[in-house]
Design a protein around this ligand. Structure first.
Ligand SMILES: Cc1ncc(COP(=O)(O)O)c(C=O)c1O
Length: 315
């Protein structure tokens, strides 16, 4: 798919990708007044099908994020699922892909909040392989903290809030690490710059509870379900101290983009024995199989793109 043939969706119609271009004065560009999502679609060659992973959950979260600005996406969550499958089909994507819907304050305007400016909505999709590293990655604990929930709502994906995450990721990459782990404002382990974090301690899976100002990740929720149902693991959501990162047997990050990414080193100290741990490896395999639509028990998480588009065309 080249940029010249790529199709996007903007304010009610399918348009060439180039038509998403916005003007320099666009409010969201200056003040971060946008809310967004990131979804993945997985290609299953055997089934000849592309599966959009948990779109309903993503679009419900988008609607929740939009509420903070008093915005409403112009479509219901179900309509957004259908628009997205149609977008993927129109782009004839037959490989793993990433989808980015954005609702933003458009129009030129100076001033932090301008209710007179229009709410604009766009979605685009691009092919996407691995987001960070293949195999285990090296992380640092960032000197930047995850903004406190009283400063920025942790449950929402608001464009401007991601400046804090970008600072942390920039610092990590500049220091030669692959990713940053952010502490919460009160010094507990929170999450990666765009991932939730899990630790394996004494055979249990431990993750910071949502009260630690972390995003309620959809991958995090999937991992919690799969760990219990598929691997029989006990999952504990609680406060996590920074020192536990050093004692953990295994650590991994998870998110739509990062999927399940093992962490093998934190601040130059190896995690466990420095290789990808058995529980992380097993979870990554099961997550991969589920997301590719090969596990019938979890097909409700996977929305087929081509079957649904044909179904829609036949009606
Ligand atoms: C800050 C942050 N934490 C965690 C995640 C993982 O969330 P999800 O699994 O829903 O992609 C993301 C990605 O959206 C994120 O931006």
């Amino acid at each position: 798919m080249s940029e010249s043939t790529r199709i996007a969706f903007r304010d009610g119609s399918f348009v060439p990708y180039a038509d998403l271009a916005v003007g320099f004065g666009t409010h969201a560009l200056h003040y971060g007044t946008s809310v967004f999502e990131g979804l993945r679609a997985y290609w299953d060659a055997d089934a000849d099908e592309l599966f959009l992973f948990r779109p309903r959950e993503h679009f419900e979260r988008l609607r929740g994020s939009a509420r903070f600005f008093g915005m409403t996406p112009p479509y219901s969550a179900e309509e957004l699922c259908r628009l997205t499958t149609e977008l993927l089909a129109r782009n004839e994507l037959r490989e793993d892909a990433y989808v980015r819907p954005v609702l933003y304050k458009g129009g030129d305007g100076i001033g932090l909040w301008r209710s007179d400016l229009p709410d604009c909505f766009a979605i685009f999709a691009v092919p996407m392989g691995k987001y960070i590293g293949d195999g285990g990655i090296r992380c640092c604990v960032s000197s930047w903290r995850r903004p406190h929930g009283n400063s920025a709502p942790a449950r929402a994906k608001i464009g401007g809030m991601y400046a804090a995450m970008a600072l942390a990721r920039h610092e990590a990459l500049e220091k030669g690490f692959d990713e940053a782990i952010l502490l919460s404002a009160d010094g507990r382990v929170a999450e990666g710059s765009a991932e939730n974090i899990f630790l394996v301690i004494d055979g249990q899976l431990v993750t910071p509870s949502l009260g630690n100002d972390v995003l309620a990740g959809i991958t995090r929720a999937s991992v919690i379900d799969l760990a219990a149902a598929e691997l029989g693991l006990t999952v504990v959501e609680r406060d996590v101290n920074q020192s536990e990162l050093t004692f953990a047997d295994e650590v991994f990050l998870c998110g739509t983009a990062a999927e399940i990414t093992p962490v093998v080193e934190i601040d130059h100290r190896v995690v466990g024995d420095g290789s990808v741990g058995p529980i992380t490896g097993a979870l990554a395999r099961v997550y991969d199989a589920v997301a590719h639509g090969t596990r019938s028990e979890y097909l409700s998480w996977c929305r087929p793109v081509y079957a649904q588009t044909l179904e829609g065309a036949a009606r």
